[in-house]
Design a protein around this ligand. Structure first.
Ligand SMILES: Cc1ncc(COP(=O)(O)O)c(C=O)c1O
Length: 413
């Protein structure tokens, strides 16, 4: 059972149905999508809405990826067909080689499954490992979909609060993660850099966690969607590079944000071959294969010029600096930990109202979409998640509106 549900109930005007499977009674659409939906409703009424809500970077996929895909459509005879269940052999080989180079862990293409985004890999992981009543530890606040995925698998999400410190940033609370482990714990999810806090976890904390997990049968599921997006001279350490954790590691990797390819729905899962053979049952029953054309585009992305990734990082760092400056101008409303990675900041606000009430006020009274922190687990309450993946002018316009709203409303709190 997920414990941060029902934060909003607007999407599709959901009503309870007696015939519904229990797994869906305990599950809801992520609060991120719900706020986007509410924003769209306002827009449909003709209102000018700006968004710091949804986690989309503003840049498109680079032209060389588009050109490769166009060529594949024109010239590749079997482009309209399914690929092998596991994915195009060439793409598996490329991602295996990249994984081995990144982690220093011997990897063959047999350890790789090409997936429709990392989200599929994450859901497959839960469905493969979690029995009803099993527990999955989520350092909290956490990406809301993890809770839903655990719940769909019949498991129990166990949020373990991270340490929130303005100076050191958000840190894993390894001592409390250890205390949260029970006989039912199946996995710990490590999303590094982390959505929604923008934290990049310290190597020493990840190594301490690995020491604890090594003694158990618990899997580490990594969500590496933002692994390219680290700012300043923050050092990044991937827990999956710790050899002794293997084979109990599942890496969920993605091209979505790195190459601006969210809509292509393409990523890959990396684990041990024995487990992969079972994960395939879910993949087969679900989608047969990741979209063929997207696999072709992924080959172009991973083998093409990587300067584009540096540009994406550079643009988003500029946005990070802009949003931090704008937050600094509102010290009586917000305090925050400066994000070292991702394109999210998770400010704490200084108002006696819930994060849902606050996000709704900002939507209906200031025409700005934000995401209420409660959607990211209990530790998220009294925070908002703000995305700075939006273009610079949307960030500035949003904050102009929030400042105006605050100047008018502050006396009423
Ligand atoms: C932490 C995290 N994991 C996974 C995803 C989904 O990634 P993909 O597009 O690869 O499915 C997102 C998207 O915002 C995310 O923020």
């Amino acid at each position: 059972m997920n414990n941060n549900r029902s934060v909003l109930t607007s999407t599709g005007d959901t009503v309870d149905l007696p015939e519904l499977a229990v797994r869906l009674k305990n599950t809801s659409v992520s609060v991120i999508k719900e706020m986007t939906y509410l924003g769209a409703l306002e827009q449909n009424k003709g209102k000018d809405i700006v968004s710091l809500g949804v986690g989309l970077p503003f840049y498109p996929a680079p032209d060389f990826i588009h050109q490769h895909a166009i060529k594949a459509i024109k010239n590749k005879k079997d482009i309209d067909k399914y690929t092998l269940l596991t994915g195009l052999p060439e793409l598996r080989t490329i991602t295996a080689a990249l994984s081995q180079k990144l982690l220093g862990i011997e990897t063959s293409s047999d350890d790789i499954l090409i997936t429709p985004g990392s989200m599929a890999g994450l859901l497959y992981s839960m469905l493969t490992l979690v029995n009803p009543g099993d527990e999955v530890i989520l350092p909290s606040p956490y990406f809301s979909s993890y809770g839903e995925q655990v719940s769909i698998a019949g498991g129990i999400a166990v949020p373990v609060p991270m340490i929130e410190d303005k100076k050191t940033g958000y840190r894993l609370d390894v001592v409390n993660i250890k205390k949260a482990i029970t006989k039912k714990t199946k996995a710990v999810v490590i999303n590094n850099p982390q959505n929604p806090t923008g934290a990049v976890f310290l190597e020493e904390d990840l190594r301490s966690l690995a020491e604890i997990l090594y003694e158990t049968k618990i899997y580490v599921i990594t969500d590496e969607v933002y692994d390219f997006l680290i700012y300043d001279d923050t050092s990044y350490f991937n827990i999956a590079s710790i050899k002794k954790l293997w084979p109990r590691v599942i890496r969920c990797c993605s091209l979505s944000k790195k190459y601006g390819m969210m809509g292509w729905r393409i990523g890959f899962l990396h684990t041990n071959k024995k487990l992969l053979m079972h994960i395939l049952k879910i993949h087969d029953a679900n989608i047969v294969c990741a979209p063929h054309i997207s696999q072709e585009a992924a080959i172009a992305a991973l083998t093409g010029p990587q300067g584009v990734v540096n540009n994406h990082r550079k643009w988003l760092k500029r946005n990070r600096d802009i949003i931090c400056k704008r937050l600094d101008n509102l010290p009586d409303l917000f305090s925050y930990v400066k994000p070292c990675g991702t394109y999210y900041v998770f400010p704490r606000y200084n108002l006696p109202i819930s994060s849902i009430e606050f996000a709704k006020k900002l939507l209906y009274e200031a025409a700005v979409v934000t995401v209420p922190g409660i959607g990211f687990g209990p530790e998220g309450e009294y925070h908002l998640r703000l995305s700075f993946g939006s273009p610079e002018d949307a960030i500035n316009k949003s904050f102009d509106r929030i400042e105006l709203w605050w100047n008018v409303k502050k006396r009423s709190f």
